[in-house]
Design a protein around this ligand. Structure first.
Ligand code: HEC
Length: 209
């Protein structure tokens, strides 16, 4: 009998202890063992900031900023489910093999190669160097890419070059989030131009293919 009374008392005390806190307001901050960056001083989006003359905490990107991952996502036609495989992935729609030509949407002209050269020198030359001989500043300090001028890379389809630029390689990072689709094609065309440049002969100079 006494055991039963003891048991009932225990249950009652436990119920009070567990239920008693409901609705009470704590003054102290809850225990927060993993601080991360939850409590640092910071400005929320749209919050005013007296430091700047226009009082806005949100700043505009400085002119010429190189685009990183775009938080608004890829708004190009390649973001659509019915995306064109040649333009967006460098592959033939028929069998998924790498395309050997530029997509219809991209015209091979001097402007395309100029754009490709400009983007290549920014994004690729740090590792691959300006001519693609794998002797960029990063390569000299450790991460060694491969030259574009060996038979393997010279034999790659232009669609495969586009795929490498978009998705990266074994250790090379991909650039799909940083470079719009047409810029990636411009760089692929420029890489091909670099390859041709290293094997130029009188025939090429005279206009032969
Ligand atoms: C951080 C250094 C780095 C940067 C920047 C870089 N690459 Fe690479 N790339 C590599 C490395 C390392 C390899 C060889 C291993 C691999 O495939 O990951 C490579 C391989 C390649 C290949 C050969 C892939 C194959 O086997 O067919 C191509 C083509 C290429 N890169 C093009 C580019 C282009 C174009 C850019 C600029 C958009 C670029 N890379 C930027 C490091 C880099």
């Amino acid at each position: 009998m006494t055991r039963r009374i003891a048991l009932v008392c225990c249950i009652a005390i436990a119920a009070l202890a567990l239920g008693g806190c409901r609705g009470s307001i704590k003054k102290k901050a809850p225990l927060h063992p993993q601080l991360n960056m939850d409590q640092v001083n910071r400005f929320e989006a749209q919050e005013p900031n007296d430091f700047f003359s226009d009082n806005r905490a949100n700043r505009r990107w400085p002119e010429g900023t190189v685009r990183s991952a775009d938080p608004r996502g890829d708004v190009s036609p390649c973001a659509l489910p019915e995306a064109n495989p040649h333009l967006c992935s460098g592959v033939n729609a028929k069998d998924g093999s790498f395309a050997t030509t530029l997509p219809d949407e991209v015209t091979l002209d001097a402007a395309l190669l100029d754009r490709g050269q400009e983007r290549y020198d920014i994004f690729c030359a740090p590792c691959h160097d300006r001519v693609g001989a794998a002797d960029g500043m990063v390569a000299r300090r450790g991460m060694k890419p491969i030259t574009f001028h060996n038979d393997i890379v010279r034999g790659r389809e232009v669609g495969k070059l586009f795929d490498t630029i978009s998705n990266g390689g074994a250790i090379m990072p991909g650039y799909a989030t940083q470079m719009p689709t047409t810029d990636r094609w411009a760089v692929a065309a420029y890489v091909r131009a670099l390859q041709i440049s290293q094997y130029a002969s009188d025939d090429v100079a005279n206009g032969a293919k």
